[in-house]
Design a protein around this ligand. Structure first.
Ligand code: C5P
Length: 285
């Protein structure tokens, strides 16, 4: 018996840094959605824990206890008091350290898969705490649906249904370390206005998003100037309603009202920048 879970890319449609905690973690306000492209995690019964990694982005990833997938499995087993093992396979399709939550999505998918394999139902607060202990973005990935995320990532509010949207995701293949980007940013904070109502069409949503931003963009560009090239390239594509960096970068997203326009942008930028990771996907609702 093998159980598989999809680990969709996490996309920050906006991300404001609203403050800083005493422990150095930043307080955020972010609209998070998911794309129909991602990694996958499959699990099968086994006596011990094992991890194998395959897929186009597997190179360089350690398949050992330093991997967040392994940490998620160990943390869940400890919290549930089980000694069961599992043979875990991670199929890595998302670029590593790229601002679209690959590691966090993998950890969340591992928790979901092993909960099913091991027959575990944790109380909601324990499950949430376990996810947060693995990383600030893991709770939102575990919830797996559009949310307004605040605190350091632990506060999640559902958002009204979003209009249909397609994404072009462009990564210039420069890995960016999240702590390094937070460190490089200017020490200033911003508070976005809440999105009180959700427009029913993509263009109006893009206009509201344009009044917000990703506060980590300048810091990411200072470390990886290619981010600016990716943003300008997306903005110049036919039908691009909004070009923005996701998370701590370097992946940038273009918002489009049609699948064809998003695919066209990914094709155009892929042709201009061979070696970049250029994909398109629907936004999951
Ligand atoms: O929680 P996670 O492991 O994803 O965070 C990685 C690093 O990113 C943290 O060590 C911290 O430097 C930074 N971070 C932050 N504020 C957040 C999330 C992450 O400062 N809300």
């Amino acid at each position: 018996m093998t159980l598989a879970e999809f680990a969709p890319a996490k996309i920050n449609l906006y991300l404001h840094v609203t403050g800083k905690r005493g422990d150095g973690y930043h307080l955020l306000d972010s609209l998070v959605v998911f794309a129909g492209i991602g990694d996958s995690v499959s699990v099968a019964p086994a006596e011990h824990l094992t991890l194998a990694i395959d897929g186009p982005m597997a190179a360089g990833l350690a398949a050992d206890s330093s991997n967040i997938v392994w940490k998620a499995a160990e943390a869940l087993a400890a919290r549930a008091g089980t000694r069961a093992g599992a043979a875990i396979t991670l199929t890595k399709r998302l670029p590593v350290a790229s601002g679209i939550g690959g590691g966090s999505a993998d950890a969340a998918a591992t928790l979901r898969a092993l909960e099913r394999l091991w027959g575990i139902t944790l109380p909601a607060a324990d499950r949430h705490g376990l996810a947060l202990s693995l990383g600030a973005d893991v709770p939102v990935c575990l919830a797996g649906r559009p949310a307004r995320m605040s605190g350091v990532g632990e506060r999640l509010e559902p958002v009204p249904a979003l209009p249909p949207l397609w994404l072009a995701l462009i990564n210039p293949r420069v890995p960016l370390s999240t702590p390094a980007v937070f460190k490089a940013r200017q020490n200033c904070f911003s508070d976005p206005a809440a999105l009180e109502t959700m427009p029913r069409d993509a263009a109006h949503l893009a206009a509201l998003l344009a009044a917000r931003r990703n506060d980590l963009t300048a810091a990411a560009i200072s470390l990886a100037p290619e981010v600016a090239t990716a943003l300008a390239g997306l903005a110049a594509c036919d039908g691009c309603l909004l070009a923005r960096m996701s998370g701590s970068g370097a992946t940038c997203l273009g918002l489009f009202a049609s699948a064809e326009a998003a695919a066209g942008a990914a094709r155009t930028l892929g042709a201009l920048h061979p070696g970049w990771w250029c994909e398109s996907a629907p936004m999951l609702t």
